[in-house]
Structure formats: structure tokens, C-alpha cells
Design a binder for this molecule. Structure first.
Ligand code: ADP
Ligand code: MG
Length: 362
């Protein structure tokens, strides 16, 4: 049974000609226990969608179900505290005058438990985020990462059927992020579903069972992280999610076993092709890691290096394809490739994906 079901959800802010459409018909079903990331650029409607599920925002049309309960529909709006959801915001939003213990106790108090009944559950929730020893501190006496872990414990303590996260790592230092990701990953339960909002591709791909890519208030693609990276359905998904390079090419033979012979200029190679298309012209998606530097005399694409960014164990390279159309290429090359600004690289394509036809977006 679907734990969360959104059907054609619309939300606009303001009225008439001045109305801004933040959600334009979003439909999504999440089974119990699933971890879904909502990924999209800033302003794409992620927070609006999350707040609509939490009950912090009303919707204009469509409906939202949590379990068997219809929680939002025209003329119906179940209040947040009656939805049995836990929420973790970007900034932890703890009550500063309460101790850690009291902050985590709060949702249980609201649900009618007294402190003696609630204490073991609070301590268990704190232990899950390794904060049982700091229960008597106030938020002012905690680091940013610790505060965010208190927020996690508070969101989970009442065993909510849905846990919502809105950019929970955004205010943390890079070193703390992996630590928080471990804690969040550990909170997965078969009986609670997670919806995790982020504009960060890495977080979404690392944590989620499925990623929902949102642009301009509508869903562009829903897929597993691997499929999203390997088989983007539109060009903006290819660019946004996998930093994919998009090149114009052509088919030079019949596809077999999901592989099609294609060519860019006079260089031909094989591309994964699920499109069943027959058009001669194709758009090809090449991941930054899908090209290898080879000797100049060998068949390949030629690209001039414009910028080289050392990344510790690899180089990120901005290059420009040398050909009829000077398309930009973003590459990740191993240390031994030794790219230098101004070099003309010979690149062999190791993997490519034929973009599906007819779903070209802006
Ligand atoms: P995201 O979380 O993906 O960055 P939001 O859901 O916060 O996006 O916002 C989506 C769009 O709706 C943005 O263009 C934003 O400016 C607009 N918006 C959000 N909240 C309001 C509001 N209360 N009033 C008017 N416009 C809003
Ligand atoms: Mg947001």
C-alpha cells in the first residue's frame, strides 16, 4: 500500500495574473519504508511540496493521502499535528530555552504521554543519534552538527509514519555532512517513509531509493539513482543530475542488444540506446567520467583544454570539442592523463547514452 500518495497537486501563491505557480500538477506514490529524495534547483517547488505534505501549506487542487487518510484536498486540510509526520528543517529549529531532553520530549508530550512514560523513548531516540550524554544541555551549548542530530531525534521520537527533511545538511560544514548522512541513513524504518528535499545531487543520489527530479513545479523524472545518472530522460536532467555532456551525433548502423553504433564527426563508437528511435540525428549524453585520454593518432574526439581543476585523486577539466560545433565538454580524468591548459586531447568514448526522442525540454 502506498504510504504517501500525491495526485495532481497544484499550489500557487497570490491570485489572478500575479499568481505564482509553485506546483503544477505533481503526482507521486511512495510505498511504506521508501526513502525518496526531491531534487531540483532553487525555486523549483521542493519546499512547497514538503510543506504541503506536512500540512504547513494548503494546496489549491489535487489531493494528498498519507496511509488511508486523505489529509489534503479541495475543502479539506488536516492540521500538521494530526498527520503523524516528523519534520527536520535546514536550521534545526530547536527551542533554545529547553534542554535537549525537553526538546525531544516535546512531540511525545503533545501526543499525551507524561514524562515517566516518555523518558525511555526519548533516551532511545537520543541514543540513536549518539547524544544520550548531552541530554541536559541546552541547544546553545551544542555544535551545529549536534543540534541537527537533536532535530533528527525529535523528528523520529514519536515513530512518525512519514519523516520529512528540508535540506538538513545545508547549514553544516563539509566534514559534518557525511556524519549526518550516516545518522539519517540509520533512521530508515520499514514502517516509515522518508521524503528528503535537497538541491544537492550527491546527497540525493547517495541516500535515496528513488529520486524525484523537480523543475519549475513539475516532475521531470522519477528513477533510482543509478538509472537517473545512466539513463536521463531529458537534457536538463542529464545536465543537472549527472553533469552530463550533450553532443549532437548520428546513427551509423542498426541498434542491437540495446547498443547503437553512432558517430560524432568522423569518430564512431557505441552508445546505449533504449529509444527504439530511428532518426538519423541523435543527442548523446556522455558522463564526465565516460571519456579516456588516448594517444593523438588514435580514433577519438578532439577537445581543447580550457581549465584544469585538481581534485586530489583526479582532474576536473573544462574543454571544448574541436569540430563543426564547438560544444563544451566537462571531463574527469585520472592523474596519469596529465591534462594541461591549451592541450588538445584525444578522447575515446567508453560509454554513451542516446537521449530519448521527443522529450526535449528547455
Ligand atoms: P525550493 O524549495 O525548490 O527552492 P520553494 O518551494 O521554496 O522552492 O519555492 C518555489 C517558488 O515559490 C519560488 O519561486 C518561491 O519564490 C515561491 N514561493 C515560495 N513561498 C512563497 C510564498 N509564501 N509567497 C510567494 N511565493 C512563494
Ligand atoms: Mg527550499
Amino acid at each position: 500500500m502506498a504510504r504517501i500518495k500525491l495526485q495532481d497537486v497544484h499550489k500557487h501563491y497570490g491570485q489572478g495574473a500575479a499568481a505564482f505557480h509553485a506546483l503544477r500538477g505533481v503526482s507521486l506514490e511512495m510505498p511504506s519504508g521508501e526513502f525518496v529524495a526531491l531534487l531540483g534547483p532553487s525555486g523549483s517547488g521542493k519546499t512547497t511540496l514538503l510543506r504541503a505534505v506536512a500540512g504547513l501549506e494548503t494546496i489549491n487542487s489535487g489531493q494528498i493521502q498519507i496511509g488511508d487518510d486523505l489529509v489534503a484536498a479541495p475543502g479539506r486540510h488536516v492540521l500538521p499535528e494530526r498527520r503523524n509526520v516528523g519534520v527536520v528543517f535546514q536550521s534545526h529549529a530547536l527551542w533554545p530555552h529547553m534542554t535537549v531532553f525537553e526538546n525531544v520530549l516535546f512531540p511525545l508530550r503533545e501526543s499525551g504521554l507524561n514524562e515517566a512514560q516518555a523518558r525511555p523513548r526519548v533516551m532511545e531516540a537520543l541514543a540513536q543519534v549518539e547524544l544520550q550524554n548531552l541530554a541536559q544541555r541546552t541547544p546553545g551549548e551544542l555544535s551545529g552538527g549536534q543540534k541537527q542530530r537533536v532535530a533528527l531525534a525529535r523528528a523520529m521520537v514519536a515513530n512518525p509514519r512519514v519523516v520529512l527533511f528540508d535540506e538538513p545538511l545545508a547549514s553544516l560544514d563539509v566534514e559534518l555532512r557525511r556524519d549526518m548522512m550516516r545518522h539519517i541513513d540509520q533512521l530508515r524504518r520499514p514502517d516509515s517513509s522518508m521524503m528528503y528535499v535537497t538541491h544537492n545531487q550527491e546527497e540525493a543520489l547517495a541516500l535515496a531509493d528513488r529520486v524525484v527530479v523537480l523543475f519549475d513545479g513539475h516532475i521531470e523524472q522519477i528513477d533510482t539513482p543509478v538509472r537517473l545518472c545512466r539513463e536521463p530522460q531529458t537534457e536538463r536532467v542529464a545536465r543537472f543530475v549527472g553533469s552530463g555532456n550533450l553532443l549532437s551525433g548520428r546513427r551509423v548502423g542498426a541498434a542491437r542488444d540495446g547498443l547503437a553504433p553512432v558517430a560524432v564527426g568522423d569518430y564512431s563508437f557505441e552508445a546505449r540506446d533504449a529509444s527504439l528511435g530511428s532518426q538519423a540525428q541523435v543527442r548523446l549524453c556522455l558522463a564526465p567520467t565516460a571519456m579516456a585520454r588516448v594517444e593523438p593518432g588514435l580514433p577519438g574526439l578532439s577537445a581543447r583544454v580550457e581549465h584544469v581543476f585538481f581534485q586530489g585523486n583526479a582532474y576536473a577539466v573544462d574543454a571544448v570539442l574541436q569540430g563543426v560545433v564547438a560544444e563544451p565538454l566537462s571531463l574527469v580524468l585520472p592523474l596519469e592523463a596529465q591534462p594541461r591548459r591549451g592541450d588538445v586531447l584525444r578522447l575515446q568514448v567508453r560509454d554513451a547514452w542516446v537521449m530519448p526522442e521527443g522529450r526535449h525540454s528547455a
